[in-house]
Write a protein that binds this ligand. Structure first.
Ligand code: CUA
Length: 168
């Protein structure tokens, strides 16, 4: 192999190797997220009829419920252009599982200073859990443009100092 051929060979290899390595890396990433981290696409078990929300548990009773020591469940409906309920109260140190959906168009539920940022899709139930350790008020907003009233669609999560007895 002369010098010229060698540089062509290396150049070719520099393109061929990544074209194998990149798809293999992607497959590994998919396998890890699906099997090791348990990340899945929303399943059909989380489906409902958005027109019958008021008769579909748990959305027939939106609100915050204590489900165990330090554990709460917040059932939230997003609709044009508000959240039901638009205020969620929990004591500091609580773990809150948000179970949410939309009554009409695609909305979003984002809570300031937390990892909560869920799409609310009509017909689909979204579920996510977060811990609230620091007392204070956390703005809860719709983070998905949903029409002319999008900017007034907000509420709050009030985290009360622990031991205040303010939980319901
Ligand atoms: Cu609801 Cu933007």
């Amino acid at each position: 192999m002369n010098r010229n051929n060698l540089s062509v060979y290396i150049y070719e290899l520099a393109w061929v190797l990544p074209s194998i390595a990149i798809p293999v890396g992607m497959l590994v990433a998919i396998a890890v997220s699906a099997f090791a981290m348990g990340i899945h696409l929303p399943g059909p078990e989380g489906r409902l009829d958005p027109a019958k929300l008021d008769a579909t548990p748990p959305f027939d009773r939106p609100g915050v419920r204590r489900v165990g020591p330090g554990r709460y469940e917040a059932v939230v409906i997003g609709q044009i252009w508000r959240f039901i309920p638009n205020e969620i109260r929990v004591p500091a140190g609580s773990e809150v599982t948000f179970i949410a959906t939309s009554r009409d168009v695609v909305h979003n539920l984002k809570i300031q200073d937390t990892p909560i940022n869920i799409m609310l899709i009509p017909g689909q139930v979204s579920k996510l859990t977060a811990r609230f350790d620091r007392p204070g008020e956390y703005l809860l907003i719709c983070n998905e443009y949903c029409g002319t009233g999008h900017h007034v669609m907000f509420g709050k999560v009030v985290v009360e100092p622990a031991g205040q007895g303010g939980s319901r």
